[in-house]
Design a protein around this ligand. Structure first.
Ligand SMILES: Cc1cc2nc3c(=O)[nH]c(=O)nc-3n(C[C@H](O)[C@H](O)[C@H](O)COP(=O)(O)O)c2cc1C
Length: 319
């Protein structure tokens, strides 16, 4: 068993948090990861009303599954919604905002731990000072919106020297060797997004998944080319498949598709295609981490968790 300060604190079995990814990480994915011994994470919609979040979580989550987390992004976070989450899951998770003691206190009052994902050393120190129980450092290898510009191992080393709480590593981890490497470097676990897009429980559109499977070692790039979204309003920086950048350049100014049958999606929208999106999927925001070359097959999330954890443990023992 890969026991770390994070698994002890979060009362989970393996040091893996499945990253929140909006509608691409539906409750079924989070529950599967939690049942497999990791931390399963769902996303709170940006600006969600507390009562709506309560109804959503009560209808979709099962606390007996294991360690679950709810993620909030941007500054549009209602403390009452945080209280709703804190009373229902083991961990409340924040990203793309400045660490704030009030939000930590509200989550703690509900009985939850707090995890704050950051992209820089100063923000990691602020998160620890605000009372976060766990700090996740996101390296520039990460898929999706990238907060900082430092490679993961360099940021991890700097943050480990500066804070006393367990630190998770995020960005470009999709196979056992990378998980073993960050654990050997002092991380208490890994937060993994891209690998979980190619699972049976993923909410990603099937064409998006095929594009991930087809991508090679140099298949991703950080771009400001998909800048129409709430997170982009503060910093339009995200790692996507290079193929999507080329495809959106080719589609021109027409809408690239719709959500459901009606809601138009403009070109360069930051919305990654979920299963209810239609149109030029290849020209949408196909977020992916630099590790996409290791995403070579769709598997059940439980197999992904077990494969990563068992493989990393074997490597660490051999080393
Ligand atoms: C498709 C996608 C959507 C994401 N959405 C969110 C999000 O809503 N909230 C968040 O905190 N992080 C989000 N992230 C970033 C992850 O928290 C994490 O930093 C990243 O997935 C780690 O890199 P990896 O994808 O290479 O594993 C997203 C990542 C991806 C790939």
């Amino acid at each position: 068993m890969l026991s770390t300060s994070f698994t002890e604190l979060a009362r989970c079995e393996v040091p893996i948090q499945q990253a929140p990814m909006g509608l691409l990480s539906p409750p079924g994915l989070a529950l599967a990861v939690a049942r497999a011994g990791g931390v399963g994470t769902v996303s709170a919609p940006i600006g969600v009303e507390p009562h709506a979040l309560a109804a959503q979580l009560d209808a979709s989550l099962d606390a007996s599954a294991g360690a679950l987390a709810v993620n909030f992004i941007t500054d549009q976070v209602d403390p009452e919604a945080v209280a709703v989450a804190g009373a229902r899951v083991r961990m409340v998770d924040f990203f793309w905002n400045t660490p704030h003691v009030k939000l930590v206190e509200v989550a703690h009052a509900g009985g939850a731990l707090v995890n704050w994902q950051v992209g820089s050393l100063p923000d990691a120190v602020l998160a620890a000072e605000a009372g976060a129980d766990v700090v996740t450092v996101q390296g520039r290898e990460a898929g999706g919106h990238v907060r900082g510009d430092t490679p993961l191992l360099a940021l991890l080393a700097a943050v480990l020297r500066a804070v006393d709480v367990p630190v998770l590593a995020a960005g470009g981890i999709a196979e056992p060797r990378a998980l073993a490497a960050v654990l050997a470097a002092g991380a208490a676990g890994a937060r993994i997004g891209t690998r979980f897009l190619a699972t049976s429980e993923s909410g990603a559109h099937p064409e998006y998944v095929l594009a991930l499977l087809a991508a090679g070692p140099e298949g991703t790039e950080i771009t400001d080319g998909f800048a129409k979204c709430p997170m982009c309003a503060t910093l339009p920086r995200a790692r996507v498949l290079r193929s999507a950048i080329a495809a959106v350049d080719a589609v021109g100014e027409e809408q690239v598709g719709t959500i459901g049958d009606a809601d138009p999606i403009p070109p360069r929208a930051g919305l990654p295609p979920h299963k209810d999106v239609h149109g030029h999927i290849d020209a949408m925001a196909l977020y992916a981490g630099s590790s996409v070359e290791h995403v070579t097959a769709v598997r059940p999330a439980a197999d992904v968790v077990a494969g990563l954890a068992e493989g990393a443990e074997r490597l660490l023992r051999a080393w």
